[in-house]
Design a protein around this ligand. Sequence first.
Ligand SMILES: N[C@@H](CCC(=O)N[C@@H](CS)C(=O)NCC(=O)O)C(=O)O
Length: 234
Amino acid sequence: MAGGGDELKLLATWFSPFASRVKFVFHLKGLSYENIEEDLKNKSELLLKSNPVIKKVPVLLHNGKPLCESMVIVEYLDETFAAVGPSVVPADPYERAVARFWVSYIDNKLVAPWFQVFRGKTKEEKAEGLKQMFEATAVMEVAFRECSKGRPFFGGDAVGIVDVALGSQLGWLRASETLSGIKLFDPAKTPLLLAWAERFLALDAAKASMPESGRLLAYAKMRQAETDAANASK
Ligand SMILES: N[C@@H](CCC(=O)N[C@@H](CS)C(=O)NCC(=O)O)C(=O)O
């Protein structure tokens, strides 16, 4: 793998879809890195020192210098190692700005409501989260048509930052679908996203960066049971 001379360490947890975004770029570019597995119930001094503001993974340590927030790290790696492997950030300023808009939309309108469904305290809260997720998925179907212009990815012929942002969430989205029996990506309503998801998951970088589906499903089941028990006792 490339990246010789640079020390790249990633503070992560195996199940984190946000850490998967960064791992995806490492694998896509063929950059060597050291994965440091965090226990989020007992965060290390290194994590607390490196990300004192939000105290979350992923954190990149580039030659010892910390950087937080998954998509900030993705763009930083893309720029810093521009000469190594494929690029995920569009070179054209307008296309770059549009792609960043969709990344922000994914985090605010799809991922945030998903947390509400998973962790919501009441049935109403969960139902509202689910409604918002379906609305956002319908919007992303149209966004895919517009961004891809008939090509395989949001980024066109190759994956871009929108693919990385959404694609790395697919493991959790699928685990949630299995647990709830509710399909978010639907052959009738979101055929383009359904086909895109298959394409994304078939990429070597996706296989190398995303959690194994059986292990993730067991973990999601356990977390769901923990959350339900905590809500029931309130
Ligand atoms: N917006 C952040 C989200 C990161 C995040 O939520 N990480 C979770 C793991 S999936 C975490 O570290 N949680 C620990 C905590 O909430 O204390 C990013 O994109 O990096």
